[in-house]
Design a protein around this ligand. Sequence first.
Ligand code: AMP
Ligand code: FE
Ligand code: FE
Ligand code: ZN
Length: 297
Amino acid sequence: MKIDLHAHSNCSDGKESVEEVFRQAKLAGVDVLALTDHDTTHGWPLAAAAAKAEGIGFVPGIEVTTRAHVTSHEGKLRKFGVHMLAYLPDPNHEELKTVLRNSVESRELRLRQIVDKVGAVYDLTWDDVEPMIEAGATFGRPAVADALVKREHFKSRKHVFKALWGKNTKHDFYVPNRGVPDTIEAIKLIRLAGGVPIIAHPLSRGKGPKFGQPMPREHFEEMIAAGLAGFEVNHRDVSWRARRWLKNLAKEHDLIVTGSSDYHGLTGKPNRLGENTTSKEMLDRIIAQATGTSPQL
Ligand code: AMP
Ligand code: FE
Ligand code: FE
Ligand code: ZN
């Protein structure tokens, strides 16, 4: 049974409609798919219908943008983004709705700031970026990338990310998501809304400790104490060293481990539906912990 618990549609920064994502899931032989758009549940009703039409299962989810505030051993406060998957929360939970609305609003302001920075170097304005996003969808850097590709400055999203937000870039085009919940608060809120919080691609994309440095055990213990349910261990952006450490930590605390694709459409990212999967046992554990809404299996 192929269970993929992380995919995006054009309700956030995926390239395809919800219907197309489920069509592609069927083609890829996926039996159960979670739709986890960034900071929104807008795609859920479409996904329920599309999954039914394709004859596959659907797990409602959200990839919640959060910001961690962690004090290092030297006493320095470090802030960084953490993506928190929330499975099966109540989409009508008032506080969750408010927090997500604030995140979506602040994401738009932040993207406008990014466009100002990028526009100072490349020929690009907000009028190029806005049409790249469906009405009501969550704003993110991929829309800037799509606009730069459309203007033929770059070949693909990947090339834009490498040139603008990769390592050792000449300009600083980054603006953090400041209007999003603190990671610990988000974990507690997802639980309050009956959802199951699982960190998306933990320690990925250079966020893990460098070779020879210790793993951030205290940060993880703090998240676990707040109600974290598990880790998305098997994801292409998680290093083998991190996977090994996370699996041990999960065993120690009897937590859930998942695997997923993080699909963003055939042309959005190289990630392919079903390239990483979650066991039936782990999906059952997620469902057993959830009280917010039901999966459609
Ligand atoms: P943001 O939410 O604005 O911080 O943008 C992050 C999003 O950009 C992620 O959720 C991915 O969808 C996308 N992304 C990150 N790196 C890449 C990449 N190298 N190629 C394509 N998309 C990427
Ligand atoms: Fe994304
Ligand atoms: Fe993510
Ligand atoms: Zn994702």
